[in-house]
Each structure stands twice: as structure tokens, then as C-alpha cells.
Design a protein around this ligand. Structure first.
Ligand code: HEM
Length: 135
């Protein structure tokens, strides 16, 4: 497995653990109201599990298993996926801490990072999407 896939998948599993832990704390607090501020972590719970775990795991596996580029037999310009990795995680953390920072447009800046990450990743993967043989 390429190193970049290892990093993407390791990060996604770390987000799974963190996201589940926050979810469990919120769920526990619904029954026994001991940690009132835990609801401010709901945004973080969603960012960690939807983007940090599900999207990043998908990116890691796709980067690994998609066919190599026909002409060069490599994975193309992997710097684009490395940039996507950095932008995605920056966006996840910016959006996760946005509820605690009273600066306007901070959530938007996080979303811009996440969107740019997806665009960089698709740009790297696109030449690797092709049909084998005649069909
Ligand atoms: C991959 C797995 C998961 C994903 C993608 C996920 C995603 C979400 C999303 C999108 C919401 C917001 C729902 C809404 O606003 O209506 C939410 C809320 C919540 N999640 Fe998760 N979640 C996951 C797993 C878990 C787990 C494992 C737990 C607990 C152990 C958990 C506990 C909660 C709680 C307590 C809420 C608040 C529900 C409420 O508003 O009353 N989640 N989750």
C-alpha cells in the first residue's frame, strides 16, 4: 500500500475513534446531564465521522487500488493527493473548532479547504479512471 494511503487510512481510523468517543459522550449526556458543554462538540462529531472517517478512508483506499495510469504505470502527480490530505484535515479541524471561535467566515474557510481537497484529489485520480480492453 502506498505511504499516502497508509497516512489517509491511519488518520481516518483515528477520527473514527475520536468521533465515536464524542458521540458516546453526547449520548451519555442525554441520559445523565453531567457534561453540559458536550453538545458544543456535535459539529466536531459530525466532521470527524463524515469527513474525517468516511471520506478520508474512501480517499485512502481509492488512491491505493485505482488502476495505474496506462502510459506511465504510476499513480500520477501524487503531490495533488498529498495536498488534498493536508487541506482536508485542515478543513476538518477549522470547521470543528468554528463553534468556539467568534470569527465570521471561519466555517466557510474550513469548507473551502475541504472542497479544494476534493478537487485536488479528483484531479489526481481522474486519469486513472478508464475501461480495460474493449468493453
Ligand atoms: C460513522 C458513524 C456516525 C456518523 C456518520 C454520525 C453522524 C451524526 C450526525 C450527522 C449527527 C447529527 C444528526 C442531526 O443533527 O440530526 C449525529 C448526531 C449524534 N450522534 Fe452520531 N454519527 C455516527 C456514530 C455515532 C455513534 C457511534 C454515536 C454514539 C456512540 C453517536 C451519537 C450521536 C448523538 C448522541 C447525536 C446527537 C443526536 C441528537 O441530536 O439528539 N453517533 N451523528
Amino acid at each position: 500500500m502506498p505511504t499516502l494511503s497508509v497516512r489517509l487510512i491511519q488518520c481516518s481510523l483515528a477520527y473514527l475513534v475520536l468521533g465515536f468517543t464524542i458521540g458516546a459522550l453526547i449520548l451519555f449526556n442525554k441520559a445523565i446531564h453531567v457534561i453540559p458543554f458536550v453538545w458544543t462538540l456535535l459539529q466536531m462529531h459530525i466532521e470527524f465521522l463524515l469527513l474525517g472517517f468516511i471520506l478520508q478512508l474512501t480517499m485512502g483506499v481509492a488512491f491505493w487500488i485505482f488502476p495505474r495510469i496506462q502510459t506511465t504505470s504510476d499513480r500520477g502527480d501524487v503531490r495533488k493527493t498529498a495536498t488534498a490530505f493536508v487541506l482536508l484535515n485542515a478543513g476538518i479541524w477549522i470547521c470543528s473548532i468554528a463553534p468556539f471561535i467568534p470569527i465570521s467566515y471561519i466555517l466557510l474557510s474550513g469548507r473551502v479547504c475541504q472542497t479544494a481537497a476534493v478537487i485536488f484529489f479528483i484531479h489526481n485520480l481522474w486519469p486513472r479512471v478508464y475501461a480495460f480492453g474493449k468493453y
